[in-house]
Design a protein around this ligand. Structure first.
Ligand SMILES: NC(=O)N[C@@H](CC(=O)O)C(=O)O
Ligand SMILES: [Zn+2]
Ligand SMILES: [Zn+2]
Length: 426
């Protein structure tokens, strides 16, 4: 006996929503059609919502092991499926960091126990993410990592990055980079070096602290032939460098977060609420426009949340000392749908691609397509009911978001992973 997802709509080739039913059996999509035979299958009402492939997020911080007070694999995976995400890749800045086979295995075991989203850990590029010594790439690959990154910090040494890219290229692993040149940082700087920081007399984080690494790494990727991916791109100069790199034939991709697409430094409240502190910082209005242009012309390949939960106590430490980061899994789709699709800046089809097939293509994942034969990772999204973002209702332990109180449409109501219902907002 299978499950029929009925009373829903799918995007057709032309990007229009058309009525369709989906039949799921043994973890696979086995039928898509306007009316499928009931045949004793369980029938689930999609309530007129959009049925799409499950969303994929290649940039999530799950905090376990080591920082379970911020998030656990179980709470993070719950937040994921509530947000419509069926596959998430988790970052290595845990304690211990994900630099050994043991820690990779630990995370995969915990994720299986949780039984919610597919969780694929990143491996660290360097031991303890200290930038001094490469981890054992071959062993990490064998253990099942998604890709390699030191996210949380940038790889400061150019020689170390080149060595990492060479070794990763030989093994066919992607190098994913948090681009930040620490030489250009002022201690205590929390916000973009722009109009808002200047108005408040605060030290700023300059755009070139990001873009210098982007440029450096694209040149190294060209040399080594590795697939190189830029995390949370935020500065217009970085977008330009990626565009030029792609034109030159370099195997470079990049992601942008919902918050960098929707907010800029001028939106930060004068109260200096630390829910507006994240790394990279919200940049200028022009940077934000360049990110949207990059999404439209294909320079930016995908959207990823950089879900980064921290406790309220930690966030209460003031702008200079609070940790960088905001949560994103449970708000990404509604925010993007309401503020980019409904406003006419992006089509619904493009938004869905940026969260499904595009990340799958870039990283060679066998997910992200709603088609017969594919794994039944499916998300159903209600595009009509308006609800207000309420952090106290999150499944995530983190409530650190600047979007509290925003009214949105586009809420995921049903999520299946591997043919199993893991979230149902009936
Ligand atoms: N993005 C953030 O502001 N914070 C991330 C680290 C990171 O993604 O660089 C975190 O781990 O909290
Ligand atoms: Zn980062
Ligand atoms: Zn991150």
């Amino acid at each position: 006996m299978g499950i029929i997802l009925g009373n829903g709509n799918v995007l057709n080739q032309a990007g229009e929503l058309t009525p369709a039913e989906i039949l799921v059996e043994d973890g696979r999509i086995v039928g898509i059609g306007e009316k499928l035979s009931r045949d004793g299958h369980e029938w689930v009402d999609c309530k007129g919502g959009m049925i799409s492939a499950g969303l994929i997020d290649v940039h999530v911080h799950l905090r376990e092991p080591g920082f379970e007070h911020k998030e656990t694999i179980a709470t993070g995976a719950k937040a994921a499926v509530r947000g419509g995400f069926t596959t998430i890749a988790c970052m290595p800045n845990t304690r211990p960091s994900i630099d050994s086979v043991d820690t990779v295995t630990y995370i995969l075991d915990k994720a299986r126990e949780a039984g919610l989203a597919r969780v694929i850990p990143y491996g660290a590029i360097t031991v303890r993410q200290l930038g001094k010594e490469l981890t054992d790439f071959a062993a990490l690959k064998e253990a099942g990592i998604f890709a390699l990154t030191d996210d949380g910090v940038g790889v400061q040494s150019t020689a170390m990055m080149k060595k990492a890219m060479k070794a990763a290229a030989e093994l066919g692993i992607s190098i994913v980079a948090h681009c930040e040149d620490e030489d250009l940082l002022i201690p205590g700087a929390a916000l973009h070096d722009g109009v808002f920081a200047a108005r408040h007399g605060l030290p700023g984080i300059p755009s070139e602290s990001e873009s210098i690494h982007v440029g450096r790494d694209i040149l190294l990727a060209e040399q080594t032939g590795v697939h190189y991916h830029v995390c949370h791109i935020s500065a217009k100069e970085s977008v330009r460098l990626v565009r030029d790199g792609k034109r030159a034939g370099v195997n470079v991709t990049c992601e942008v977060t919902p918050h960098h697409l929707l907010l800029c430094d001028e939106d930060i409240p004068d109260s200096l609420d630390t829910n507006w502190k994240m790394n990279p910082p919200l940049r200028s209005r022009e940077d934000r426009a360049a990110l949207i242009a990059g999404l439209k012309d294909g320079t930016i390949d995908m959207i990823a949340t950089d879900h980064a939960p921290h406790t309220q106590e930690e966030k209460a430490n003031g702008m200079a000392r609070a940790p960088f980061g905001i949560v994103g899994l449970e708000t990404a789709f509604p925010l993007l749908y309401t503020n980019l699709v409904q406003t006419g800046e992006l089509t619904l089809q493009r938004l869905v691609e940026l969260l499904t097939v595009e990340p799958a293509k870039a990283f060679g994942l066998p997910y992200g397509r709603l088609e017969v034969g594919a794994a039944a990772d499916i998300t159903v999204i209600d595009l009509t009911t308006e609800k207000t973002i309420d952090p106290t209702a999150f499944a995530s332990k983190g409530t650190n978001t600047p979007f509290a109180g925003w009214a949105c449409k586009g809420w995921p109501i049903l999520t299946l992973v591997d043919g199993k219902i893991v979230h149902h907002d009936a």
